[in-house]
Design a protein around this ligand. Sequence first.
Ligand code: BGC
Ligand code: CA
Length: 342
Amino acid sequence: MKGKKRLAEIIILCMGMYVLCACSKQKVPVSDKIYVGITCYDQSDTFLSELLVCFKEELKILNQKGIETTMTVRNADRSQRVQNDQVKELINAGCNVLCVNLVDRADPSEIIDVAKEHDVPIIFFNREPVAEDMKQWDKLYYVGADAKQSGVLQGELAVEMIQKNSQIDHNKDGKIQYVVLEGEAGHQDAIIRTENAVDTLNQKGIELEKLSYQIANWNRAQAQNRMEQILGQYKNRVELVLANNDDMALGAMDAYKKLNYTEAVLPVFIGIDGTDMGLKAVEDSMMAGTVYNDKEGQARAIAELSAALVTGEEDKIEFSKGNYIYLPYSKVTKENVHEYLN
Ligand code: BGC
Ligand code: CA
C-alpha cells in the first residue's frame, strides 16, 4: 500500500514537472504594447525621411489591426556619440524595441551593450553593421536591401539605354565617357553599387572611358558642386552619369542647368532609390532611369518584425538569411514609372 502511494506521488511529481517544462518552452509574450524607439543618422536624408513616412503608415496599419504601438523618433544628426545617448534615453523611456539607423555602421558596440543589458532587441536598418558585430548578440536584426543587386540593375539600365540609342555616344568614338557620383565612403551602398554598375557595363561589352569619380555623400547640393567641377574640366564630354542615389543624380542635373548646357549635350543620368523627386524626374524624361529601393517593403518589414519581437512571434517572420531581411530592388524607366508613382 505504502509502495503504491509512493508511486502515485512520483507520477504526480513527474506530471507536474512536465507541465512546468512545457510552459517554460512556450514563448511568453513580454508585452502586448509595442514601444518603438527609432534613431536616424540624419533625418534630412531624402531616402530616410521618405522611409520614415512609410514606417508611420505601417504602424497605423498595426494599430488598425488592434496591435497598440507608439513610437519616438530621434535624429542623431550625423553624430555617433549623440546616437549612443539617444539609445540610452529611448531605453530609459521604456521602449521595448529599438530601430537603429547607425551613424557609423562600423561602431555599434556601445549601443549593442546597453540594449543587451536591458534586453531590448535592435533592428538595424539601411546602414548595415559589419557581420562580426551582428554576432555580438542574438537579438540583433537587420532590414535593408542587397547593395550588389542595386549596382547590377543600374548597370543593366545603362546597358539597355546605350544599346537602344547610339546618340548617347555623342562624340562617336565607340566608348562611353562616364562619371560616378558616390555616396559616403564606408557605406555598404556606395562602393558596392559603383563596382557592380561598372562591372555590369563591362561584362555586357560596353566600352567605357572613366572621366571622374567624386564623393558627394548622398547629397544633392554636394553633387551639383562636384559636377560643376567636372564640367569645368571636361566640358561637354560626359556621356553618362552614374549616381549612387537619386539625390546626387538630381544634383548633377542641377549643375548642367546652372551652367546653361543645351539639351543636345546632356548625358544620360541614372540614379538609385526612386524617391518622389527621382520618380518625377524619370516621368519628365530628365533622368533616364532609377533603381527602386523598396522603402515601403522595408518599412513594413521593420514594423512587422518590431511587433513580432515584442509579442514573441518572431517565428512568423520570414528572414532572407539568419537575422537579415533584404527587400529586392527593381528597375524603373519611363515605361513603368507610373507603377511607382502613388
Ligand atoms: C540610399 C541613399 C541614402 C543612404 C543613407 C542608401 O541606401 O540609397 O539615398 O542617402 O542609404 O544611409
Ligand atoms: Ca563617346
